[in-house]
Ligand binder design. Structure first.
Ligand code: BG6
Length: 476
């Protein structure tokens, strides 16, 4: 009797990235402008004003990057397609040159036995659609997003077997429409809820289309979920934790899986007069877009306490590179964030909590009963490139090892897990924190304001993960 079950034979040992964070070539080969290309131009929005103009130049170096993956034995690579490469203005002509880039990338991956996991949307909606009808606030986006997705479904049917619809809808909507930290830089909860409703419809619409077209493979959203703990067993703090789950997790995942909003959050928003407008046909569409799996992006857990009606509101996002933990934030009457005294923290003060991943998987399993694909998990840290070209990131190995053990525990518990994609493959642009917050197995030599030669170096974690893959998780 082994302590833990083994990983399934066909487990997808993977790693991930997103177009804006790696590609660069921001206006090459006919690519249109996205909201991120525009947003980063606003002074003070990102760390040292960094942009994805060049990023880590994956657009020109994808062969080298895939070569590194192949050498490591990577089984799956999750990447996103930039909508603005395929349809530069979002709803007009198709740009063949943009498609060619992804044809080449996908063929290169397949040639090296790496399963492509394609994300349709990782936050970079065309600026033209933002200008035309307010992006996610305009219902026309449902048709336009479906048209874009359909082009990719048909082109890569049979080649790409795993598809991610929206990446972290909860994050891009919350940061974009209530905290103004992401484009379009709005702080208005009513607008946030409305844009979110339309994004949910768009998510359901592409999944529905995927099924209608009978595309071979599986599709689901990637959701940013970290379980919430109460600071202690005081019933009011327990209530706050329950509130955070309802408002920040069920509010999205219930809609994906059951096509309906959770009662408590809906009632709350209705009482405030800010619930989204639901039109005839919306409910049917949401119900028709049930995903095949739940994509899980897991970084940390949240610890909360009760927050009175006149208590703290949203904290400010800080782009100085480090997020202060002393700063409290929350939603008055519902919950506020507090510090978990039992965990260590990263260089950016994110809680390190591998057990939280097992809890996340267990909760998703028992509430939604869908297979889980872990589409992101990793450690953002400062790394040091030694003179001999090595990077001794033992802290990252330790982090990933413990999270893999937590996954194995969840598998032993009976949770159905398809695979594990670390964030990220190479170092890349951290949206608000520049290039110093590194996540990769592969170090990319560049700084915020100095692109240098963008040379790639294997970190210690690269060699370690190679072993993990080779032994199917037996040797950690
Ligand atoms: C996820 C995103 O929210 O977290 C990634 O899907 C992102 O795109 C990652 O990079 C890490 O966040 P950050 O802020 O550390 O870059």
């Amino acid at each position: 009797h082994k302590e833990r079950d083994s990983f399934p034979k066909d487990f997808l040992w993977g790693s991930a990235s997103a177009a804006y964070q790696v590609e660069g070539a921001a206006s090459e080969d006919g690519k249109g402008e996205s909201v991120w290309d525009r947003f980063v131009q606003i002074p003070g929005k990102t760390f040292k004003g960094t942009t994805g103009e060049v990023a880590v130049d994956h657009y020109h170096r994808y062969k080298e990057d895939v070569q590194l993956m192949a050498e490591q034995g990577l089984k799956a690579y999750r990447f996103s397609v930039a909508w603005t490469r395929i349809i530069p203005d979002g709803d007009g002509e198709v740009n063949e040159k943009g498609l060619e880039f992804y044809d080449n990338l996908i063929d290169e991956l397949i040639e090296h036995n790496i399963e492509p996991v394609l994300t349709l949307y990782h936050w970079d909606i065309p600026q033209a659609l933002q200008d035309k009808y307010g992006g996610w606030e305009g219902r026309q986006v449902i048709q336009d997003f479906t048209r874009y997705a359909e082009i990719l479904f048909k082109r890569y049917n049979g080649k790409v077997k795993y598809w991610v619809s929206l990446n972290e809808q909860n994050i891009f909507i919350t940061l974009g429409y209530s905290m103004a930290a992401h484009p379009p830089g709005v702080t208005d909860t009513k607008r946030m809820l409305q844009a979110n409703h339309i994004a949910s419809l768009a998510n359901a619409a592409v999944i529905k289309r995927f099924k209608e077209l009978d595309i071979r493979g599986k599709i689901g959203p990637s959701f940013a979920y970290g379980p919430t703990y109460a600071i202690d067993s005081h019933p009011e703090n327990q209530m706050a934790a329950q509130n955070n789950e309802e408002f920040n997790a069920h509010y999205w995942m219930d809609v994906y899986v059951n096509g309906r909003y959770p009662t408590v959050a809906w009632k709350h928003y209705e009482r405030l007069g800010i619930a989204p407008e639901v039109e005839p046909g919306d409910e049917e569409l949401l119900k028709a877009g049930k995903p095949d799996f739940m994509g899980l992006n897991y970084y940390q857990t949240n610890t909360v306490a009760a927050n009175p009606l006149d208590g703290v509101g949203f904290g400010k996002m800080n782009t100085s590179g480090k997020k202060g933990t002393s700063e409290e934030s929350g939603t008055p009457g519902l919950y506020k964030s507090t510090q978990n005294p039992y965990v260590e923290r990263t260089d950016w003060d994110w809680d390190i909590d591998p057990t939280g991943l097992r809890i996340a998987m267990r909760r998703i399993n028992s509430r939604y009963n869908l297979p889980i694909l872990i589409t992101e998990n990793g450690l953002g840290a400062y790394d040091t490139l030694e003179e001999d070209g090595t990077i001794h990131d033992t802290y990252r190995i330790d982090f990933i090892k413990k999270h893999i053990e937590a996954i194995q525990d969840a598998i032993t518990d009976g949770v159905d897990v398809m695979g594990y994609c670390t964030w990220s493959y190479t170092d890349l642009l951290s949206w608000l924190n520049g290039y110093q917050k590194r996540y990769g197995f592969v170090y990319v030599d560049r700084e915020e304001l100095d692109e240098k030669e963008l040379k790639r170096y294997k970190k210690d974690s690269y060699h370690w993960y190679k072993k993990v893959i080779e032994t199917n998780g037996e040797e950690l």
